[in-house]
Design a protein around this ligand. Structure first.
Ligand code: SAM
Length: 321
């Protein structure tokens, strides 16, 4: 795994997370260490816990961050378990959590990882190669209906049923094993006027990757864990690259900002909900033209930031809604 990954929305992340009072940061997707290095450099006394599911990424981060010595703690684990990782270090709370949910450039560019429809490699797509489910396992064992739902829901692919049918028909001849043969089948099934060659394969590859790594489930659990470990005034910053993920983050922050979730028919508040987050970005932040020109992979990125509230109810039960 080589470097070559430019951290996305770096200025915006540092601006929102690097307050002088910050002492402890969790980077839940440390990747190649780009965001982490910028935060460690900006805040000379901060300690950072960097997590990644991918052993190759952690190996690169270890080298990239070695200059920061004992201020850096790195662990191979999914960010859904970040609360355990924080407590294992003896920390009760942290002042900032960053999640940058995309793929790193080396993951995409390394054919043997199987993420790219442009490069011949095994249909793997596991971020953590200790996991059991690969893309080939899904393609060879899921039912046609399950595959159709996967391509429709995660890939937002209009011809999901046709794709699922073709995948199942083809595996009856020989099992799926390699990326380019899948890309070629997708091109045949999905070819539409104006679509550029193998580009049509990208949605279905993305859907498979999301399923292999349970990416939406991870995000949901990771957001919950982040709010639990953030100290009052601490900040959560999340960068997503997919509309389903951005929607999940937006709805999570909106829900956590509510002080009452009683149904509209209820004249007085009977719930025990307390707001735990205050959104700091009304709309998601996106990369400017100069960043996208330098780094086209930043184009779909969306950043949302929220601040942890004390978490005490401001309304008494029975007060008007
Ligand atoms: C876009 S890269 C992060 C780049 C990083 N911010 C940097 O500046 O180098 C995303 C990283 O998140 C990791 N990742 C994705 N989902 C994860 C999860 N649920 N738990 C832990 N790491 C995850 C990937 O393995 C990848 O290394």
């Amino acid at each position: 795994m080589s470097g070559g990954h430019e951290p996305v929305l770096l200025t915006e992340v540092v601006e929102h997370l690097a307050a002088p009072t910050v002492r402890r940061i969790v980077d839940g997707t440390v990747g190649l260490g780009g965001h982490a290095a910028a935060l460690l450099q900006r805040l000379p006394t901060v300690e950072l816990l960097g997590l990644d599911r991918d052993a190759d990424a952690l190996a690169v981060a270890t080298v990239a961050l070695q200059g920061y010595g004992a201020r850096v703690h790195l662990r191979q684990c999914p960010f859904s378990t970040l609360a355990e990782a924080v407590h294992d270090l003896g920390w009760a709370t942290v002042d900032a959590v960053l999640l940058d949910i995309g793929m790193s450039s080396p993951q995409i560019d390394t054919a043997a990882r199987g993420f790219s429809f442009r490069r011949e490699g095994p249909l793997d797509m596991r971020m953590d190669r200790r996991d059991r489910t690969t893309a080939a396992v899904i393609l060879n064992t899921w039912s046609e209906a399950e595959l159709a739902r996967l391509f429709r829901e995660y890939g937002e692919e209009p011809k999901a049923r046709a794709v699922a049918r073709a995948v199942v028909a083809r595996r009856e001849e020989r099992p799926w094993s390699h990326t380019v043969e899948l890309a070629e089948l997708l091109e045949q099934v999905l070819s539409r006027p104006g679509a550029r060659g193998l580009q049509v394969a990208s949605r279905c590859f993305q859907a498979l990757r999301m399923a292999v790594n349970d990416e939406l489930g991870e995000l949901e659990r990771g957001l919950q864990a982040a709010v639990e470990v953030l100290a009052p005034g601490g900040r959560l910053a999340v960068i997503t690259f997919h509309s389903l993920e951005d929607r999940l983050v937006k709805q999570f922050i909106r829900q956590e900002a509510l002080d009452c979730v009683c149904p509209p028919s209820c004249p007085v508040c009977i719930c025990t909900k307390a707001a735990r987050l205050q959104p700091l970005t009304r709309k998601s932040l996106t990369a400017g033209a100069a960043e996208v020109e330098r780094n086209p992979r930043a184009a779909p990125a969306r950043l949302r930031v929220a601040e942890r509230l004390v978490g005490q109810r401001t309304r008494a039960a029975g007060s008007p809604r």
